[in-house]
Design a binder for this molecule. Structure first.
Ligand code: SF4
Length: 695
């Protein structure tokens, strides 16, 4: 539909959607983008793309874009368009007033994984240096924070271990809680190619996702577990490895902490962790678990790929550590074709975490209480920094309701729609005295805001995104900023200055130079190098001047790999007679997250509403026919959606996507969250489903 006209120039840039990070040539006729052409030399995609990257860029020029800064005294007042200067000084004044009344720690901010590394870095610096506290968190809190905790604890750094190309060397591929066909299509194609060449596939997922059986690809094992039993399944797999003599003893002896390994070996060998003992809990036949464990441990190079079906659970961090245990025990880490790989949802989840978006860490995952690191940042930034970790997003909301947290800077993130337990979130937002939203559209969160900073789309940005394989890709401006020529990082710097902290850069490239100066894993990164040599995978340092496709080759980042005990603890969210079904969530190919972008493109034609997938028996029991409107009631609330009867679902489990605000699936998700990181348990909600009278 966009492909008309003859281009007279092109700009090489990076897709703004998923964590694959495909490179594209934006082809233009004058100032008009006429098509996006996948770049054949793109490190992540090698000329491939999906329907989102190729077609869903029209939101950049959508009529809903807000292009002028706006302010209002109260959220019931109409918005007033003002100059950038006025908006910035108004925001600064309100933030300062809050701090005078409630203290330095009464304000904070949230960074976005949709923004560039440079924009994210600027926001976390605004909070640490100008706000004077560490109350910065990221939207990754609600998706991959358990990856950060789990991989850092076991291996020493918070990142996937492989490049995407590595899958071409895999003999066994274990996909857990991910649906790459829809979520990461270009990587899925690469994976399917390897499967067609003969690699074996194990899928662990409650739903019969496309990979289980698609043209020319069939999983050897589909471990169709009950939602919420990931850790039990992983312990059962490990039990087989340990009790059937499948441990790679030489690897473990050389590469891992001996005492922790011995403790772990004893723990998983206990009979209560056997596939037979756990069969009733997981719902997976013990024989299947045994066969899958043998295949993973003895089938050659075995790689794990996982998604939010791993992390968005009350034991998300435990599960990440359980996967690391299994990979280390079988020697499946530290070379091509193996490893543990999070498939990141958003384009810059990896980057936003790398850039110091967590309340306890500076860029490069260094703790704020580390005196040496803090001194380094204090010297460079010329300001005293707090050694106390700040508030996480859920703690900010709790403190807002309780009265001690009163102001929030929200970068490109629709927290009112994407965070769990929407009612609690909106109560927190309503309680705040100043919310600044920096975004393209007046999203759901903006309804609670007092200041709106119009943002820039990826077609207007200059900077970098870091994809799921740690690849730092350049994002180049294809068109002029539509918001009066204000780069997002520049608006943030001006806000910092208005609050009394002198933060200034001449360009996004300047910001990257500072990142490289202060972050060892980015030491050799600069725009000049990226422009000259193409993308690079961090760490880029003296030991790896050209980057690092595979991590932990000679040793783990933490030295020796650390096995962790991964006791299975069932979620508090239980089914009962009132709520007998489990609701789990996911996405589809043509849409992206809460749909703020894709719904404003022609991709919306492919998916106009979210639907509830339900097994035929569960539907029949409730008198539900395909297409009927059904109400889904949880302990937290209710929503109404059309039903889609589907044998992809097991009995007792229902599923929906969350791309449309009207479906509001987060209205019904629970308060449960990962014990280590507070990542919400989106994947397990006990519900009842009934036919609705609503048309
Ligand atoms: Fe590539 Fe992901 Fe963009 Fe699709 S959405 S083009 S797979 S980066």
């Amino acid at each position: 539909v966009h492909e008309h006209g003859v281009p007279n120039r092109s700009v090489l840039t990076t897709c703004a959607y998923c964590g694959v990070g495909c490179s594209f040539k934006a082809e233009l006729q004058g100032d008009q983008v006429i098509r996006m052409v996948p770049h054949k030399d793109g490190g992540a995609n090698e000329g491939h793309s999906c329907v989102k990257g190729r077609f869903a860029w029209g939101y950049a020029t959508h009529k809903d874009r807000v292009t002028t800064p706006m302010i209002r005294e109260k959220t019931t007042d109409p918005w007033k368009e003002v100059s950038w200067d006025e908006a910035i000084h108004y925001a600064a004044q309100r933030f300062r007033t809050i701090q005078e009344k409630h203290g330095k720690g009464s304000i904070g901010g949230i960074t976005s994984s949709r923004c560039t590394n440079e924009e994210v870095y600027a926001v976390q610096k605004l909070i640490r240096a100008a706000f004077g506290n560490n109350n910065v968190d990221t939207c990754a809190r609600v998706c991959h924070s358990p990856t950060g905790y789990g991989l850092k604890t076991t291996l020493g750094t918070s990142a996937g271990t492989q490049d995407f190309k590595s899958v071409e060397q895999s003999d066994v591929i274990l996909v857990i809680g991910a649906n790459p066909t829809d979520g990461h299509p270009v990587f899925a194609s690469r994976m399917k190619k390897r499967l067609r060449e003969g690699a074996k596939l194990i899928v662990a997922d409650p739903r019969r996702i496309d990979l289980v059986r698609s043209p020319h690809v069939a999983a050897s094992h589909h471990l169709q577990l009950r939602p919420g039993t990931n850790v039990a399944l992983m312990n059962a797999l490990a039990h087989v490895v340990v009790t059937e003599g499948l441990v790679d003893e030489a690897f473990v002896a050389e590469r891992c902490e001996a005492r922790e390994f011995d403790r772990w070996r004893t723990f998983v060998a206990e009979e209560r962790n056997s596939p037979e003992a756990l069969e009733e809990k997981t719902g997976v036949p013990a024989d299947d678990v045994r066969a899958a464990a043998r295949l993973y441990a003895t089938g050659g190079n075995a790689a794990i790929y996982y998604g939010l079906g791993v992390t968005e659970h009350s034991q998300g961090s435990t599960m990440v550590m359980a996967m690391a245990n299994l990979a280390m025990a079988t020697g499946n880490i530290g070379r091509e074709g193996v490893g543990i790989n999070p498939l990141r949802g958003q384009n810059n989840v990896q980057g936003s975490c790398d850039m110091g978006s967590f309340p306890h860490e500076f860029s490069g995952y260094r703790h704020v209480s580390d005196d040496k690191v803090r001194t380094l940042f204090e010297g460079d930034w010329g300001v005293k920094l707090s050694p106390e970790p700040g508030l996480r997003i859920p703690n900010m909301f709790a403190a807002a309701v309780e009265g001690s947290f009163r102001g929030l800077f929200v970068q490109g993130e629709d927290i009112a729609q994407s965070d769990p337990n929407t009612r609690h979130v909106t109560a927190a937002l309503e309680a705040m005295e100043c919310i600044v939203v920096q975004d393209l559209f007046l999203n759901e969160t903006a309804a609670y805001a007092h200041v709106f900073f119009p943002g820039t789309s990826f077609l207007e940005k200059d900077g970098t995104f870091t994809n799921a394989e740690r690849r730092i890709n350049r994002v180049r401006p294809v068109m002029a900023e539509k918001n009066g020529g204000m780069a997002e990082w520049d608006a943030v710097c001006r806000l910092a200055r208005a609050m009394g902290y002198n933060m200034h850069y001449d360009s996004a490239s300047d910001i990257m130079d500072e990142i490289a100066r202060l972050t060892p894993t980015f030491k050799g990164v600069s725009f000049a190098r990226l422009d000259r040599e193409g993308s690079m995978q961090w760490p880029v340092d003296d030991a790896a001047p050209n980057g690092t496709p595979t991590m932990h080759v000679a040793g783990f980042v933490r030295g020796k790999g650390r096995f962790m005990i991964t006791e299975y603890v069932p979620t508090e969210e239980r089914t009962n007679r009132s709520f007998p079904l489990i609701l789990t969530t996911g996405r589809i190919l043509s849409q992206y997250n809460v749909g703020a972008q894709t719904r404003r493109t022609e991709n919306s034609r492919w998916h106009e509403v979210d639907r509830l997938e339900i097994h035929p028996f569960d539907a029949e029991e409730r008198g539900i026919a395909d297409g009927d409107m059904v109400s889904i009631q949880s302990r937290m609330g209710a929503v109404t959606l059309p039903a889609m009867i589907s044998e992809r679902m097991p009995q007792g489990v229902v599923y929906t996507t969350f791309h449309h605000p009207t479906s509001g699936s987060n209205v019904i998700t629970t308060d449960q969250s990962d014990w280590a990181t507070n990542c919400p348990e989106y994947k397990v909600t006990a519900v009842q489903v009934a036919r609705s009278n609503q048309p």
